[in-house]
Design a protein around this ligand. Structure first.
Ligand code: ADP
Length: 471
């Protein structure tokens, strides 16, 4: 493998996961096998020392019954019946001189004189001494009789060391396959675990290169975090797709809706430029141009307001707003218009109800709804604004007895620049309800509509109640 690709592999998550797994695997294996080794070693030592202590008690009994001769007789008896003596046995006087010593045949070279210069100190403590060339060790336990005589029994640690050495050899042999298993297992697990991430990366790459948003990440069916990631990723793609379609649609509409007033503007200016135009005609044309330009500016401003509210960029001056006063202020603006159209305008709102809202923006919402209600209600009809408290929400209803909205139009009326065929004869830009929805949602509220064609419409705003503390 070339150097750049090797360093790329080293940077991958799979490589790091493999290393981590390998590290933990080897660490746990070493800790477990080390613990097994220590346990085996201490258990063998405990077993040996128990045997030596038992033997010591036997010799103590023999000495107490018949002195040095009894001890020597016992050693001779064991030698005769077992064929060899297994334990080192020594009797020494109070001044450490060896009175009698039996040394197992295997360590014939052991120099008992080593023990003569050595004060046994606390006789119950174990003494360790090298037997030959420091390779084998003798462990000795002592007992001092009341007459000062010292009895020592020792055993060689060599058989125990043999067992431990074989255990160490076995460990060395199994360590190699364990290392291979560690690396192999780590690489396999990392490869399996990262498959959904690889799929997601491939999907992203294909979206970036082809620009097609239709592709989706396959479900793993495991129900784990990576499946959730794929699910959320697909959801995000759905949303981006919907937003792009919405934006394209809105852009088409804006382009279409701007073309008409711009063409009108141009036509008016062109007519005015005709050489024989009178001063009065010129003034009228300029006034019309200004009116048309104002319409265009209003449309662009509203579109920008909707975008700001939808993206959360709209600055809202939130404060407690009394619903009763808000409704009365809005209705006051439309009293004359309603009267001119012979429309009965009625309101009902408990005085104590308050919401946390941007007062000006909330009034804009009510103005749009009331304007529509009056606009789409024939003379002699009724428009009613009612506010009520409903499970910690203030619900404001704007209902009219107007032309109503067809079921086909109902889901579309919230779209930017949408105007139903029945409303074409009325003034308007088709942006009012889009703005209403965007502002209400920016206030964490909801807006719904129900309508019966020919009977009227009812718009329902639900806004969070202002808490007494905030008030
Ligand atoms: P417009 O400027 O056309 O009124 P809106 O966004 O306010 O734009 O409304 C979108 C469409 O919803 C209107 O064109 C109309 O068809 C329908 N609409 C809104 N309010 C009412 C209502 N109270 N009664 C009947 N139709 C309505």
């Amino acid at each position: 493998m070339s150097l750049p690709s090797l360093s790329r592999v080293r940077k991958t998550l799979g490589f790091r996961l493999t290393l981590w797994y390998f590290g933990f695997f080897i660490l746990s294996v070493v800790v477990l096998l080390g613990a097994a080794y220590v346990l085996l070693s201490t258990s063998l030592q405990h077993h040996d020392r128990q045997a030596a202590q038992l033997k010591l008690q036997e010799y103590v009994g023999a000495y107490q019954q018949g002195g040095i001769e009894a001890v020597e007789r016992k050693v001779a008896f064991e030698k005769e019946h077992i064929g060899k003596i297994l334990f080192f046995v020594r009797l020494a006087s109070a001044d450490h001189k060896t009175l009698s010593a039996s040394i197992p045949h295997k360590w014939a070279s052991f120099d008992v004189a080593q023990l003569e210069g050595r004060n046994a100190g606390d006789p119950s403590q174990w003494i360790t001494l090298p037997v030959k060339d420091d390779e084998e060790v003798l462990e000795i336990i002592s007992f001092r009789f009341p007459d000062g005589t010292l009895l020592q029994v020792g055993l060689n640690t060599d058989p125990r060391e043999d067992v431990l050495e074989r255990f160490r050899d076995t460990l060395a042999v199994i360590l190699v396959p364990l290392l291979v298993m560690g690396v192999g297992g780590g690489a396999f697990l990392a490869f399996r675990a990262l498959r959904p991430v690889r799929d997601l990366t491939a999907l992203l790459r294909s979206i970036i290169t082809t620009g097609k948003l239709e592709a989706r990440a396959p479900g793993t069916g495991t129900g784990d975090e990576l499946e959730e990631l794929s699910f959320l990723f697909n959801n995000m793609l759905d949303r981006i797709g919907a937003l792009i379609t919405g934006m394209r649609h809105a852009l088409d509409n804006v382009a279409h809706d701007l073309r008409t007033p711009m063409t009108r503007l141009r036509g008016m200016a062109e007519m005015a430029l005709r050489a024989d135009a009178q001063r009065e005609v010129l003034r009228d044309a300029l006034a019309n141009c200004i009116e048309e330009a104002d319409r265009i500016v209003a449309m662009v401003n509203t579109l920008m307001d909707i975008s700001e509210a939808e993206t959360g960029a709209m600055k809202l001056e939130l404060q407690p707003v009394n619903v009763h006063a808000l409704i009365e202020r809005t209705v006051e603006l439309y009293r004359d218009v309603a009267e001119d159209k012979a429309i009965t305008l009625s309101t009902f709102a408990p005085e104590e109800l308050s919401i946390t809202a941007d007062c000006a923006r909330m009034q804009q919402v009510l103005v749009n709804l009331l304007d529509n209600a009056i606009k789409y209600t024939p003379p002699g009809g009724r428009v009613e604004i009612v506010a009520a408290l409903h499970t910690q929400q203030v619900v404001i209803t704007v209902a009219d007895t107007g032309i109503g909205i067809t079921p086909e139009d109902l889901p579309k009326i919230w779209e930017r620049l949408y105007r139903s065929d029945t409303s074409r004869s009325q003034r308007g830009m088709g942006l009012g309800l889009s703005l209403v929805k965007a502002i209400v949602q920016a206030h964490q509220g909801t807006v719904e509509v129900s309508s019966t064609p020919g009977a009227g419409s009812r718009f329902l705003l639900a806004l969070p109640l202002c808490s007494p503390a905030a008030r």
